[in-house]
Every structure is written in C-alpha cells, then in structure tokens.
Design a protein around this ligand. Structure first.
Ligand SMILES: Nc1nc2c(ncn2[C@@H]2O[C@H](COP(=O)(O)OP(=O)(O)OP(=O)(O)O)[C@@H](O)[C@H]2O)c(=O)[nH]1
Length: 345
C-alpha cells in the first residue's frame, strides 16, 4: 500500500548483449517473494525469445516488440506501464529489461516524463557487465559505454569465467567510465535483492530536471542523441541542432550493429547445426534460440556470447519450432540465412 502511494518503484536493467540481464530478471522473480513484480522486456530482433526464457506468468510480463525501447518504442513503454498501473490486480514493483543495445538514459527519462513521473518512482538503473567479454573498446559502442556510465549500481557478472586478477583490472576499467557507485561481483546475477531493489539509488534526477519538455510530451536530456522515427509521428526536431546528424538513422545501425531472426516450422539436423555454429562469421557476437533438433525429443535452448556457447534442454510445452536470432557487426545476413536453411532436416 505504502509503495503504491509513493508511485510504483521501477528498476531499469541495462547491460550489453549477453551480459546476463535475463538471468538477473529470473533471479529477481525467483527470490522476490511476497513482492508482486511485473516485468517489461524489450528485445532486439523481431522474435520474442527472452519472453519465453523469463520465469513469469503471462499476466505479469509485457513484451515490447518491433523496436528499441530507448527510441522507437518509448511510447509503448509509457502505455505498457500505465496498463500495469491500471490493472485491478496491483503490482508492487516493476522491472524493465532493456535490450543489449539500448541506451538506458532515454529509458530512465521516460519514467521522469509527464505521463509517468507522478505514478512511478525510478528506483535505480542496474548495469550488468559481462566479466568475460567486457573491454573498454568492445565494439567501439557509445551505447555500451553509456550503459555503464548511467548505471547507479554495476553488477560485474560472470565472475566464474575469469581469474581474480582480471576482476580487479575490469573494475578499474569500469571506474574510468563511472567514478562512483557500487560494483557488485556476481555469478548468474545472484545478488542479495536488498542491495539492488527499492534502494532509492537513482541520482540523475537533477540532471534530468533541466531536460527540456517538448510540446508533444517527450522529454529529451542533454545527451539524448537518439532519433525518434516512426513513433514520432512526424514531429519536427529541427530545434535539436546538436544531434542533427543522428536523426533519421537508427542508432543501432549507426553503430554498425545488425541482426537476423530465423524461424522455421521444420526441425534442424543436429550435425549440420553444430557445424553452422562452428562456422559462424566473426562479426556475430550474440546468438540465442529455442531449437527443435530432429534427433532430440527435447526443446534445446542455445546461447552464444562471444566465443562461448551454452546449450540447455527442456521439455516442450507448445508446438515445436525453431526460433533464433543472431546479432553482431558486419556479417552477411543473407549468407547466414542460406546456411541456416541448409541445416533444416
Ligand atoms: N558462466 C556464466 N554464464 C552466465 C552468467 N550469467 C549469465 N550467463 C549466461 O550468459 C548467457 C546470456 O545470458 P542472458 O541472461 O540471456 O543475457 P542477456 O543480457 O539477457 O542477453 P541479451 O538480452 O541478448 O542482451 C546465458 O547462456 C546465461 O546462462 C554467469 O554469471 N556465468
């Protein structure tokens, strides 16, 4: 009751591709007993794999599709949040999982905009960093740097994958992007939830207070260099001289990222698919999929992050099919698609 009175608390989870955001969301949902938690998840690519991997009921999870939460589907984020607030079945807490290529700043600002600022309370931005793959120059991505710089709390995750000395070095590199705030070391996102939820760590409010409010209700901060394409319904942004070059480009494409979503109603031949994974182009950094292999009665879940591949098996609960997404830089999407098709049994 008290929570509702001061606005629905919101935690935004950011972090680069494959760093462990969904794993953290599941840790939260499994351990946040007694606190009814809704999740809004936005995925890169046009098929919802995360939504199948999150341990939530359909009722408590909203998937934002067809766009990036930090630019094109910000309106959808507002609407989804309002719908959660309007439900008879009240929730106590909201967790927002962004894509691995989203800038957390515009997402945070959405909760400070006119539609949501009186009904929600941004508690904090949690940034998940992949200890195995993070490097300051990783993909030369400003977005990746912003994910760290704008986080209130950093989880240095996958500590099981690297040596102790590497962790010290990584913390030093994180500190170059972000001077203060806690850095918590985690394996599989396992952290005491009292350290990250309802902690009131969001500190950037003053900076945002200066952000200008546009006629149509979107709030833009000093660093919001993102474009606002289809969903901006043609509003003019001519007065934003400083980021003119970014306009009408997708910020993800502008940084050179590309993705391909592959689906099929036919099974894949296991051997061929194994070879497909081995021969993936160098530019592919992230892959994930729910697979139907001709040789296996089980649902196969695969994750690729950098050079690490993980395969899990579960029992099918719906119709069998293949869904996979591959994300990276400078790879030939058509060639990958052709190779995928050749794996179909
Ligand atoms: N070894 C190890 N693997 C981890 C850890 N945390 C997550 N993973 C694995 O890393 C892979 C990616 O994890 P996700 O939680 O899906 O990552 P994500 O950040 O949600 O990925 P995107 O949404 O695609 O950006 C999965 O195979 C996880 O099981 C960890 O602490 N150690």
């Amino acid at each position: 009751m008290q929570i509702q009175e001061r606005g629905l608390p919101v935690t935004v989870i950011t972090g680069f591709l494959g760093s462990g955001k969904t794993t953290l969301v599941n840790h939260i949902l499994r351990n946040n007993q007694g606190i009814k938690t809704a999740v809004i998840v936005n995925e890169f690519g046009d098929i919802g794999i995360d939504s199948e991997l999150i341990v939530s009921t359909e009722e408590d999870m909203v998937e934002l599709e067809n766009g990036c939460i930090c630019c094109t589907v910000r309106d959808d984020l507002v609407q989804a949040t309002l719908r959660i607030l309007e439900r008879d079945h009240k929730v106590d807490y909201l967790v927002v999982e962004t894509t691995g290529l989203a800038d957390p700043l515009p997402v945070a600002m959405t909760f400070l905009g006119p539609e949501l600022r009186n009904v929600t309370r941004l508690d904090g931005i949690i940034g998940v960093v992949d200890a195995e793959n993070f490097a300051p120059t990783l993909f030369n991505s400003e977005t990746a740097a912003n994910q760290i710089a704008y986080s209130d709390i950093i989880l240095l995750n996958k500590t099981d994958c690297v040596e102790h000395e590497a962790l010290e070095r990584l913390e030093g590199q994180i500190r170059e992007l972000k001077e203060d705030g806690p850095i918590l070391r985690t394996e599989y996102g396992r952290v005491d939830l009292r350290m990250i939820l309802d902690v009131g760590v969001f500190k950037l409010e003053e900076q945002f207070a200066e952000a200008e409010t546009e006629e149509h209700g979107h709030v833009h901060g000093p660093d919001c260099g993102h474009d606002h394409d289809e969903h901006d319904h043609g509003h003019s942004h001519d007065h934003h001289e400083h980021d003119h070059d970014h306009h009408h480009h997708n910020h993800i494409e502008a940084e050179g990222f590309t993705s391909i979503s592959l689906v099929s109603e036919r099974p894949l031949a296991a051997k061929q698919f194994e070879q497909f994974l081995k021969d993936l182009p160098e530019g592919v950094f992230r892959g994930k999929g729910i697979l139907w292999l001709a040789e296996s009665p089980e649902k196969v879940i695969f994750h690729l992050v950098g050079s690490r591949i993980r395969i899990d098996r579960e029992t099918w609960d719906g119709a069998r099919k293949n869904q996979a997404v591959f994300i990276g830089k400078d790879f030939d999407r058509e060639a990958l698609k052709a190779r995928w098709s050749a794996c179909l049994a």
